[in-house]
Design a protein around this ligand. Structure first.
Ligand code: SME
Length: 161
C-alpha cells in the first residue's frame, strides 16, 4: 500500500496524490475497489475539501458511487446540477462559488466550491468525479490540473476493468 501523509495542498502534495492514485489503479481491475481508494486518496492529499467521490451513469441518471464525506443525494437526473452539466458536456466544470451556480444540488451545507471531472469509457461518459470544498475558489488551475490527470488515469482504468 502507498505511504500516505496528510496533504497541505502544495504542488508536491498534488503530484503525490496523482502518483498515489496511479499506484492503487496499477494491477487492479475491480471498479468499486479502485473508485473507493481513489476517493480516499483525494480526501487525504487535497486538503480543505469536504466531499470527494463518484457518480456513475445508469440510463439517464447519475447514481452515487464510492465516496468520502457526508451522505449525498443518490440520484441526479440528466443535465441537473454541476455533475449533470459535466456529464452532459463531457467537460470539467469548475464552480468557484456554488451559491452562484443555477441548479446546484446542495448535499452538504458546508460546500462552497466544487469541481466535476467527467470519466469516459469507450468514448462515452461513464460517470463523474465530484469534489466539494468549504472554501470559495478552492479549485484553481493546479488542483484542476491534478484532478484532470486523475480523471485521465481513471478513464484509462475504465477501458481495461
Ligand atoms: N453538488 C452536486 C451534487 C453532488 S454533491 O455535491 C456530493 C451537483 O450540483 O451536481
Amino acid at each position: 500500500m502507498v505511504d500516505i501523509q496528510k496533504g497541505q495542498g502544495s504542488q508536491t502534495d498534488l503530484d503525490l496524490m496523482v502518483e498515489a492514485v496511479k499506484n492503487v489503479l496499477a494491477g487492479e481491475t475491480d471498479l468499486i475497489a479502485a473508485l473507493a481508494n481513489s476517493s480516499a486518496l483525494i480526501m487525504v492529499y487535497l486538503g480543505d475539501i469536504n466531499w470527494a467521490g463518484f457518480y456513475l451513469r445508469k440510463g439517464t441518471e447519475l447514481v452515487l458511487g464510492p465516496f468520502q464525506g457526508l451522505p449525498a443525494c443518490t440520484r441526479i437526473a440528466e443535465g441537473k446540477g454541476v455533475c449533470g452539466k459535466a456529464a452532459a458536456e463531457g467537460k470539467p466544470v469548475i464552480v468557484p462559488n456554488v451559491h452562484e451556480f443555477p441548479g446546484h444540488i446542495a448535499c452538504d451545507a458546508n460546500s462552497n466550491a466544487e469541481i466535476v471531472i467527467p470519466l469516459f469509457k469507450g468514448g462515452r461518459v461513464y460517470g463523474v468525479l465530484d469534489v466539494d470544498s468549504p472554501r470559495l475558489n478552492r479549485f484553481s488551475s493546479p488542483e484542476a490540473d491534478a484532478l484532470t490527470k486523475i480523471g485521465d488515469l481513471l478513464s484509462a482504468f475504465l477501458e481495461r476493468c
